[in-house]
Design a binder for this molecule. Structure first.
Ligand code: IPE
Ligand code: IPE
Ligand code: MG
Length: 249
């Protein structure tokens, strides 16, 4: 597949499960935190690459609702890394017209992190380039539950039967964290694990998966391009088949 063919079939939305920071560090006899610091550098270069390639949406899995099970020192390190990054890199986002957004449960986040996310969100709101969605304290099940609760609060149904009948896929989608963001077309997972780990459970119903053995800190812009090439070669059927045509992309 040549460069033009790949460019003609770019995913609109890419999600990344950035895994393997700890193993990357362990292999060097270094602390896990070093892996996270290097992982942040990988995230920055992939954001830059995605922006250059004309991807519209990039969701980065930064911290899951399950990651609180880790040592408090590691959790604190990751949170402060995110905060510092947002404070320092705002100019980089502005220069590249990148819009920062968030998905996840803000109720479990510390006020200083929420403040930093809000500031980044506000400061980049008007940009029409790449939208980077930070999945921080994110869990797919948690998002679906919060969406269902939003739906129930908003619905004007007179009875629970009426509310049940009004709950459609479209209505639930409208109650997700970022309803205007299209479903991810491509999910990348590093560090060789073939599992979804509670990432975008609802949205990724028909995503293509690209899994590489590389640890996230080693993930290069060439690896990102390889994922795009992989995606361009996929035939997406959405349950139809090649004879039925219409639904095949
Ligand atoms: C991904 O790397 C970063 C987060 C989940 C926050 P890990 O920290 O999970 O690295 P491994 O899986 O232990 O190698
Ligand atoms: C998934 O990685 C979460 C993030 C990348 C933020 P984990 O390392 O938490 O996933 P598991 O525990 O191996 O499933
Ligand atoms: Mg991991």
């Amino acid at each position: 597949m040549n460069a033009k063919e790949i460019n003609d079939k770019l995913p609109r939305h890419v999600g990344i499960i950035m895994d393997g920071n700890g193993r990357w560090a362990a292999r060097r006899g270094a602390a896990r935190t070093n892996g996270h610091t290097e992982g942040l550098k990988a995230a920055r270069r992939v954001v830059e690459r995605a922006s250059l390639r004309g991807i519209h949406y990039l969701t980065l899995f930064v911290f899951s609702t399950e990651n609180w099970k880790r040592a408090a020192s590691e959790v604190d390190f990751i949170m402060s890394l995110v905060k510092r990054h947002l404070m320092r890199e705002l100019d980089f986002y502005r220069e590249n017209h990148i819009r920062i957004r968030h998905t996840g449960d803000t109720s479990g986040l510390a006020p200083d992190i929420i403040a930093e996310i809000d500031e980044a969100r506000r400061g980049t709101k008007g940009f029409d380039g790449l939208q980077v969605i930070l999945a921080l304290n994110y869990g797919g099940r948690n998002e679906i539950i919060r969406a269902a609760r939003r739906f129930l609060r908003q619905t004007a149904a007179a009875s629970s039967d009426e509310a049940a009948a009004a709950l459609t896929e479209e209505e639930l989608s409208r109650c997700l964290d970022n309803p205007d963001v299209p479903d991810p077309d491509l999910i990348i997972r590093t560090a060789g694990e073939f599992r979804v780990s509670n990432f975008l459970l609802w949205e990724a119903a028909y995503a293509e998966y690209f899994i590489t053995d590389k640890f996230w800190p080693d993930f290069s812009i060439d690896d990102f391009d390889a994922a795009l090439a992989f995606y361009a070669a996929r035939e997406r059927r959405f349950g139809a088949n090649s004879e039925s045509g219409a639904a095949v992309q």
